[in-house]
Write a protein that binds this ligand. Structure first.
Ligand code: FES
Ligand code: FES
Length: 216
């Protein structure tokens, strides 16, 4: 058996005797991740999701469908929520990325959770927790969009959107929860949006990034 394997290996080697290093398929990419500048040399096919998880060791962002269908991989890019599994890292060169690990505010006595994180805990808005990082990042971005007055499908024409359960359900509809924790998620987002200090004004929920005609 060993001899057979060795023969197969040597056949492969002969078939590609001088395989090029394929440096032309890789580029240096600089991303500002959770406030820290990171420069990596990446294959052009590497997604932002795989960059975070496989190259930067940030496992908070989850891979669900890997096809833009579930929202588990939601992060904030330049203050706007995005499915990181659909974006190539090389196309995000220079972008500011916030993951769930970057939402809490550092302080002398330890970190203070982002109001949305705290509301998820207060409302028990999770079961297995797999969708939770994506739900939280999406909620932070959503509250920023709402504060900036961006309408949704359920906003009455000509009116300013409010923090209603209907608006939250519609705006969070891209984030699926296999455990069905939706009722508590809606309550948590509503609570965070009403919290003094304004959850939308915290890191990367800043509605200033959504003005000037930006599409949420
Ligand atoms: S893993 Fe990206 S949307 Fe499902
Ligand atoms: S809490 Fe389990 S998938 Fe949402």
């Amino acid at each position: 058996m060993a001899g057979k394997g060795a023969r197969a290996g040597s056949t492969r080697q002969r078939a590609h005797p001088e395989a090029p290093p394929r440096a032309e398929h890789r580029s240096a990419v600089t991303l500002r991740v959770n406030g820290e500048e990171r420069t990596l040399t990446l294959d052009h096919r590497t997604t932002v999701l795989d960059t975070l998880r496989e190259h930067l060791g940030l496992f908070g962002t989850k891979k669900g469908c890997d096809h833009g269908q579930c929202g588990s991989c939601t992060v904030l890019i330049d203050g706007r929520r995005a499915n990181s599994c659909l974006l190539l890292a090389v196309a995000q060169d220079g972008a500011r990325i916030t993951t769930v690990e970057g939402l809490a505010a550092p302080g002398p006595g330890g970190e203070t959770l982002h109001p949305v994180q705290q509301a998820f805990l207060d409302h028990d808005a999770l079961q297995c927790g797999y969708c939770t990082p994506g739900q939280i990042c999406s909620a932070v971005g959503m509250l920023g969009e709402l504060a900036a007055g961006h309408p949704s499908l359920v906003t009455a024409p000509g009116s300013r959107p409010g923090l209603t359960a209907e608006e939250i359900r519609e705006r969070m509809s891209g984030n699926l929860c296999r455990c069905g924790a939706y009722a508590h998620i809606v309550a948590a987002v509503q609570d965070a949006g009403r919290a003094p200090g304004d959850a939308a004004g915290r890191p990367d929920g800043d509605p200033r990034h959504l003005q000037d005609g930006a599409t949420p």
